[in-house]
Design a binder for this molecule. Structure first.
Ligand code: SF4
Ligand code: SF4
Length: 255
C-alpha cells in the first residue's frame, strides 16, 4: 500500500507518471496522515511513503517520527520511503539513524532512492555520505515507463507494452471476492507493494499514480470500500485496456 503525502515534486522529469509539479500545494495534513497510517496498518504491515516527492512535504521528518511511534508500539513493520534523493543531505543522517533505532530489530526501514541521470533533469550527488547509510537502496535504472501522466508523451513509452494497467492486480483480486487484507497479502507475496494508494487528502485509489481517480475514503467501512472498488470503472488507461483480452476486461469489470 502506498501513502502519497504530497503531489509536489521539483525534479520535473519528462517520464513522470504523476505529472508532479514544483508549484503544487497538495500536502497531506497531520490528521489525515495519522488516519492513513492506521488504515494502512489495519490491512498491511508494510508502509510505503511516496509522493510526488515525499521529502518535499514540509512535515516529512515529523511524519517519520509519527511512524516511529507506531513502529515502537506495534513492531514488525516495514517502512519504505521512495524518493528521488534531491532533498536528502548529510544533515539528515542523525534523523535516519534515530528512526532506525526506534524501529528496532523486528522492523525494516528503507529509503529507496531512484536516480537515473538520463531521465532526471536535476542531478543528485550520490557520493554523499547520506546515500551510504545502510537503509539506503539506490535504484539506477527504470524498468519500464507507465504510460500515464507526462510519461504518455515521453518518446520511450511506446517501447513498453504493459499487458494491463497498474490497477489490474488489486482490482481483479477484489472483484474476484478477496477482502483488502488478502488482496494486499497476495500482492506482497508477488513483490508488488504499489497498490492500493492513499492520496494526500485521504482518498483511496486502486492504481499507483496520483492521477488515478478517487474510489473510496480511508474512513469508509471495509464493506463500503469493497463495494465501491467492485463497481469502479476507469477509461483513463484505455490505450492499455482496449488491447486486453476479454477475460482480463471481465476480471476488472471493464466488459
Ligand atoms: S518521476 Fe519522481 S522524481 Fe521525477 S518528477 Fe515525477 S515524482 Fe518527481
Ligand atoms: S488511471 Fe484508471 S485504469 Fe489507469 S491505473 Fe489508474 S485506476 Fe487504473
Amino acid at each position: 500500500m502506498l501513502i502519497s503525502i504530497t503531489e509536489k515534486c521539483r525534479m520535473g522529469c519528462s517520464h513522470c507518471m504523476d505529472d508532479a509539479k514544483a508549484d503544487c500545494d497538495k500536502f497531506m495534513s497531520e490528521e489525515i496522515f495519522r488516519k492513513a497510517i492506521d488504515f494502512n496498518l489495519k490491512y498491511d504491515p508494510t508502509i510505503t511513503i511516496t509522493g510526488g516527492e515525499p521529502t518535499e512535504h514540509p512535515k516529512f521528518w515529523e511524519f517519520m517520527d509519527i511512524i516511529a511511534e507506531k513502529i515502537a508500539k506495534k513492531g514488525s513493520i516495514a517502512l519504505i520511503v521512495t524518493t528521488n534523493g534531491m532533498n536528502l543531505t548529510n544533515g539528515d543522517i542523525p534523523k535516519m539513524r534515530a528512526l532506525r533505532e526506534k524501529a528496532g530489530n523486528k522492523s525494516l526501514v528503507s529509503y529507496q532512492v531512484t536516480h537515473v541521470p538520463e531521465y532526471y533533469p536535476i542531478h543528485v550527488d550520490l557520493t554523499l555520505d547520506v546515500f551510504k547509510e545502510p537503509d539506503v537502496v539506490i535504484a539506477d535504472k527504470i524498468e519500464y515507463l507507465q504510460c500515464i501522466g507526462r510519461a504518455k508523451n515521453h518518446p520511450e513509452w511506446k517501447f513498453y507494452q504493459p499487458t494491463a494497467p497498474k490497477c489490474f492486480n488489486f482490482r481483479s483480486l477484489i472483484k474476484g471476492g478477496c477482502n483488502i487484507t488478502d488482496s494486499v497479502h497476495s500482492l506482497r507475496s508477488m513483490g508488488k507493494f504499489c497498490t492500493p494508494q492513499i492520496s494526500y487528502d485521504g482518498h483511496i485509489k486502486v492504481g499507483e499514480t496520483t492521477l488515478c481517480p478517487n474510489v473510496a475514503f480511508i474512513t469508509d467501512s471495509e464493506s463500503l470500500i469493497l463495494r465501491k472498488i467492485r463497481s469502479f470503472t476507469c477509461s483513463s488507461c484505455s490505450h492499455i485496456t482496449d488491447r486486453m483480452p476479454d477475460y482480463y476486461k471481465q476480471a476488472i469489470g471493464e466488459k
